[in-house]
Design a protein around this ligand. Sequence first.
Ligand code: ATP
Ligand code: MG
Length: 209
Amino acid sequence: MIKCEGGCRFGIMGGSFDPIHYGHLMLAEQIRTQFHLDKVYFIPVGNAPHKEAGFMTDKMQRYEMTVLATMTNTGFAVSRIEIDSDTVSYTINTVKKLKEHLEPEDTLYFITGADAIIELETWKNFEELLGICKFIGATRPGVDRSKLVSKIDELKNKYGADISTTTVPALAISSTDIRDRVKSDQSIRYLLPDSVEHYIYKKNLYKNG
Ligand code: ATP
Ligand code: MG
């Protein structure tokens, strides 16, 4: 981990990244600059609690795609913390492990879509998590923010949560849509970095299943 005078401001962004795309990269970059973060760590999920039932691409391949997509941005890095573990990946455990490598004056910002903030109380040990890291919830222009704002007020009052929101440009890109396009032989060019597109074809991902 890097060291910064007065403490570093680290962003962490979890996801299945199956595959990583410009929606993820744009979100991370907007927040990195808006919140003056020293580094954003992308954390590909190892064994997701919510996606257990569904098929996910091999974790090393999801990790490699994440590395390919982020390597041209010096403000981005990829963490192996979840993919190197065989247990189910819960954010609370990941964040606690990350904390062990930080200086006491460093700050962790958990970057997520606004939808995740609304569901935050369903996360394992969310109260403890709210005490360890700050949250940044991103919405797209045009999204009704009233539900989000009242949820944040509630989390602040009940648990002393520190949650900021910001608006990022709308991109209707999702990994699910990209997988569907590959399967049906449609183009995925310009939805994700060329390097990831080439990786997908080379490894023959998303063709079956
Ligand atoms: P899937 O379709 O498989 O669910 P996804 O595209 O939603 O994949 P995830 O890995 O589930 O990607 O998401 C990781 C994080 O990225 C989440 O916090 C999610 O809100 C955010 N995210 C995903 N797509 C976009 C997008 N197009 N614009 C902004 N944020 C996004
Ligand atoms: Mg998703």
